[in-house]
Design a protein around this ligand. Structure first.
Ligand SMILES: Cc1ncc(COP(=O)(O)O)c(C=O)c1O
Length: 396
């Protein structure tokens, strides 16, 4: 056996992603990439804003001593100051560089948080559908994800979450705008969630953290407001990245912001800084930190993704597909026209459309389409979606 048993099992568990990827590669080699409609990955297709490139060039050509050297494990103080200042303006929360840790993306940040807060056997409660990597991240640090299904409109089911809280619950983890549903949880929902957590804290005698994974915060549509979690609850930890909103997913840069009013905030920050170091990240990439520190508030134009959303939604709606129109991120999560969505994804594959079955997100009966793709891919895919729909007309 070349790999340890557990990770071998994980590979098995995520084999549908791999399968989709492999089958997609075969189709692309056979028919040409432009003739395959690849909606499988959330890899932003827009170029980063021009100002990002210009700023990065400045950062790497400036004569600054030790600019490629080690630094404080939390990141450059002036970059963290800039992030804190921006958060204050964006979310009205008073925090300083002492509550900010620069990380290797949101994925790196989530690992740092879990390493810092999970005791063996602890549970992270998460609404389903959810981003599949959460399970692996929690497991990395001896914890476990437990899920509570969302409501039909993909809003949080607060009673469902409440019924699953136990003394082992270390954190509730939410993601809004959501991957894979595109849902933004409204302010009222967040208020109800926070009330529930405060009640449970009293009952269990344990302060449950609210971890908010927000890499899509700046990609919201139709003027929808993404409520601030940091402003809503003391024991809150925000984690995010510039992967999606600056289109620099491969550069691995993001941050954690801890609510300064969290219980024992100073200790928790020190623990997370240590976790950043000993997980082997050491610190987030130096030049990327310098660049994003000067680009607070800059992002790609979300209206471009909104237009893509509309193209895809309008096309699929005219065929008969059922879905909730996403309020943010760049994913659409339609209901499969037949019960077994893996079977339907195979039909889509037969039409050279790559989609991801919902069971991988803890929501069988749906499939995910990432529409961070060229407009022409969306346009040309619609007749193929129609053929797949018609191919199961007898089974609906
Ligand atoms: C919900 C969610 N969280 C975290 C991540 C990880 O992003 P990053 O590139 O910042 O690590 C992703 C990436 O797709 C995501 O969709």
């Amino acid at each position: 056996m070349p790999a340890a048993e557990k990770i071998a099992r994980f590979i098995e568990k995520s084999s549908w992603i791999r399968k989709m990827f492999e089958e997609g590669a075969i189709l692309k080699a056979k028919y040409g990439a432009e003739n395959v409609y690849d909606f499988s990955l959330g890899n932003p297709n827009l170029d980063p804003p021009q100002v990002f490139t210009e700023t990065l060039i400045k950062c790497i050509t400036e004569k600054t001593p030790m600019k490629h050297g080690y630094m404080p494990n939390a990141g450059y103080p002036e970059v963290r100051r800039s992030v804190a200042r921006h958060l204050k303006g964006e979310q009205g929360i008073d925090l300083t560089e002492n509550e900010i840790i620069m990380t290797c993306g949101a994925g790196g940040g989530l690992n740092v948080i879990f390493k810092a807060i999970l005791n063996p056997g602890d549970i992270v409660l998460c609404p389903a559908p959810y981003f599949v990597e959460y399970e692996f991240y929690a497991d990395n640090h001896g914890g476990r994800i437990e899920t509570a299904p969302c409501l039909k409109d993909f809003d949080l089911d607060i009673d469902g979450l409440a019924s699953r809280v136990t003394p082992k619950t270390s954190a509730v983890l939410i993601n809004s705008p959501n991957n894979p549903t595109g849902r933004v949880y409204p302010e009222k929902t967040i208020d109800n969630l926070v009330d529930m957590l405060r009640q449970k804290n009293k009952e269990t005698g344990r302060a449950i953290y609210l971890v908010s994974d927000e890499p899509y915060r700046k990609i919201a549509y139709d003027g929808v407001k993404v409520p601030s979690i940091l402003a809503a609850y003391e024991n809150s930890i925000m984690v995010t990245s510039y992967s999606k909103d600056l289109s620099i997913a491969g550069e691995r840069i993001g941050f954690i912001a801890l609510n300064p009013k969290a219980d024992d905030a100073k200790t928790l920050i020190s623990v997370m800084v240590l976790a950043n170091r000993i997980l082997g990240f050491v610190n987030a990439p130096a030049s990327m930190q310098k660049a994003v520190g000067r680009l607070q508030g800059i992002s790609v134009d979300a209206r471009i993704y909104q237009r893509k959303r509309d193209m895809l939604c309008d096309g699929l709606k005219s065929i008969g597909y059922e879905f909730l129109r996403p309020q943010g991120a760049f994913y659409l999560f339609p209901r499969s026209p037949i019960g077994d969505e893996t079977e339907f994804c195979k039909r889509l594959l037969g039409e050279k459309i790559l989609a991801v079955p919902g069971k991988g997100f803890g929501a069988p009966g749906y499939f995910r389409l990432s529409y961070c793709v060229d407009d022409s891919t969306i346009e040309r895919s619609i007749p193929a979606f129609k053929r797949a729909w018609e191919s199961v007309s007898g089974q609906r």
